[in-house]
Design a protein around this ligand. Structure first.
Ligand SMILES: [Zn+2]
Length: 165
């Protein structure tokens, strides 16, 4: 059996950025388990694993364009400071570099990082935290199996490392 569409893949990985920072890991004790080829991961992550077998190692890079994108200036937005005041908001919420969960006009959740603030407004960056980053993935395939029809219908893995419901 090899990694291909509709296989459940269990693997370890380390995600390292160009500056050497480790952004994410999945370990043998707590592996990343997903259905290959159905959009659960970055498409280039799926394709980087194509044809591998249990026990194989992998190492590949994904450019920003194929990962979390190139940052956009128009995703840096000034917001009136009064949005950050009120009975439910801690007085010290404003801190440069802090990530704050917000909503867009349609009520969809989006995270913003505070870049700057003054008495009147707060400049927030809504770009993905990993935008502009080249991703270096390195890891090992632990196991492979066929996804069940139920898992394919749900679009996620059941049981070990997946959903329990
Ligand atoms: Zn399910």
């Amino acid at each position: 059996m090899q990694v291909e569409k509709n296989k459940v893949v269990s693997l370890t990985y380390t995600l390292t950025l160009d500056n050497g920072e480790i952004a994410d890991t999945a370990t043998k004790e707590s592996p990343f388990v997903f259905i290959h080829g159905i959009g659960q991961t970055l498409p280039h992550f799926d394709s980087g694993l194509n044809g591998l077998k249990a026990g194989d190692s992998f190492e590949f890079d994904i450019d920003p364009e194929n990962a979390y994108g190139v940052s956009r200036e128009d995703f840096k937005i000034h917001i009136p400071r009064e949005v950050f005041s009120g009975p439910d908001v801690p007085a010290d919420v404003l801190e440069v570099g802090r990530m704050i969960p917000m909503q867009d006009e349609q009520g969809r959740p989006m995270n913003g990082i505070i870049l700057h603030f003054d008495e009147e407004r707060v400049l927030m960056d809504f770009n993905h935290p990993l935008s502009d980053q080249r991703l270096h993935f390195k890891g090992d395939i632990i196991s492979l199996r066929d996804a069940t029809p139920e898992e394919l219908a749900h679009g996620h893995v059941h049981g070990e490392g997946g959903h329990h419901h």
